[in-house]
Design a protein. Structure first.
Length: 243
């Protein structure tokens, strides 16, 4: 904790990369842990990866939405202390950007402004036919496949398997990472590409990985913390003036 505080104190351009583990304390399960989404699926013959693919959405939109609404959307989830701490660090001018693989919008709800959503957001949805946009309520209030007033099927603005990441999001993320003097990687296994490969663009002083489990990039990090983020990203982390 003290070493991390010192790194934050000496840094002027902190960039944060967050994954599913960031939102676990908010009650949203991660994907790959023993209790994660990919290991607790109700569909014995169909994997979550297949259900959350573009081709499955096109072929079986009703089955897709049944899974999506029950497994991917957590309306009652609130930002946890980790989200709030990063938002405060942004207000203090330390954190310049949060690059997230999460689609829950909790970073913005906590007060972070510069948030790059690599995989989109559950809060944005659009008609595939006319392009009209819809909020989250338009999705969760529908018992069947949500459709636009024009008759087109509404799709969540999230990146499904078989789909490419938004080019603008990638460009912005890499721009910030290349400028960073401290890169904080929080709550991600760093197994999903291309997001995991973004680390190779970092040229700053310190790479810090905070994750309960090991990652393929631990050997490249200057500091690895395998504790829960609730014990690391707290208000105590903000008291760095005496370092």
């Amino acid at each position: 904790m003290i070493k991390l505080k010192k790194m934050i104190t000496k840094s002027n351009y902190i960039v944060v990369m967050t994954g599913a583990g960031m939102s676990v304390p908010s009650g949203i399960p991660d994907f790959r842990s023993s209790s994660g989404l990919y290991n607790t699926g109700d569909n014995k013959n169909i994997s979550p990866e297949e259900i959350l693919s573009h081709s499955f959405f096109v072929q079986y939109p009703e089955k897709f939405y049944k899974f999506y609404n029950t497994k991917m959307i957590y309306q009652n989830a609130l930002p946890n202390i980790g989200h709030k701490t990063l938002a405060i660090l942004e207000k203090e001018g330390k954190v310049k950007a949060v690059i997230t693989q999460n689609i829950d919008g909790l970073h913005q709800e906590a007060g972070s402004n510069e948030v790059i959503e690599l995989h989109g957001s559950i809060h944005r949805n659009y008609c595939q036919k006319c392009g009209k946009t819809y909020g989250l309520k338009s999705i969760i209030n529908e018992k069947k496949v949500p459709k636009c007033i024009c008759g087109g099927i509404i799709k969540p603005d999230v990146v499904l398997y078989e789909e490419a990441l938004p080019a603008e999001a990638i460009e912005n993320a890499l721009m910030h990472i290349q400028k960073a003097d401290l890169l904080l990687v929080i709550g991600t296994s760093l197994l999903v590409h291309p997001a995991a490969s973004f680390i190779h663009y970092f040229r700053g002083n310190n790479l810090v990985i905070i994750n309960k489990g090991k990652t393929p990039y631990d050997n490249f990090a200057d500091l690895v913390i395998n504790e829960s983020l609730e014990t690391i990203l707290t208000e105590n982390l903000l008291k760095v003036e005496d370092m």
